[in-house]
Design a protein. Structure first.
Length: 156
């Protein structure tokens, strides 16, 4: 085989590999992390305005606040679940201590604490029943703001 034919074969193989890789990656694009993080929206919880990162994809829900190093006192994350479920949250790769507000029909039904993994080890907490949303806020936020079961979540 001469050099010209070998070059054509190598170039054709490269094009096939490139197109195959592109098609393969497009098939898995829905599993990719969001480009710029979760969108932020303004809400009111029990009369207190907050800024919540909205976890609106399976990836964002799974990731949560993992790796976050700080939150402002009025900042947290809101997880909308597809339907009311008994669920569990854990602190894998969570660097912050958090208040976890379990919600059903836009009302807080219980508040739990989730401590950071580096200091407290891996912890899993369960919802007190069926919930359709969960909010994570900096630890102590609910107590400082007198948030208790029955507090309502409203869009600002």
């Amino acid at each position: 085989m001469d050099t010209k034919h070998a070059l054509i074969i190598v170039l054709a193989a490269g094009v096939v590999l490139l197109l195959g890789g592109l098609l393969f990656s497009l098939g898995f694009a829905r599993y990719a992390p969001p480009e710029k993080g979760s969108p932020v929206a303004r809400y009111i919880i029990g009369g207190h305005p907050v800024r919540l990162r909205v976890a609106n994809t399976a990836f964002a829900i799974g990731e949560g606040l993992s790796g976050a190093r700080q939150l402002r006192q009025d900042e947290g994350m809101l997880f909308f679940l597809e339907r009311p479920v008994q669920t569990r949250f854990w602190n894998k790769d969570t660097l912050l201590d958090l208040d976890v507000l379990w919600l059903r029909d836009n009302a807080v039904i219980e508040i739990a604490q989730l401590r950071n993994e580096p200091e407290h080890g891996r912890i899993v907490i369960s919802s007190p029943g069926l919930v359709d949303a969960v909010i994570e806020m900096p630890l102590g936020w609910a107590l400082r703001n007198n948030i208790a079961p029955g507090a309502l979540l409203e869009r600002e």
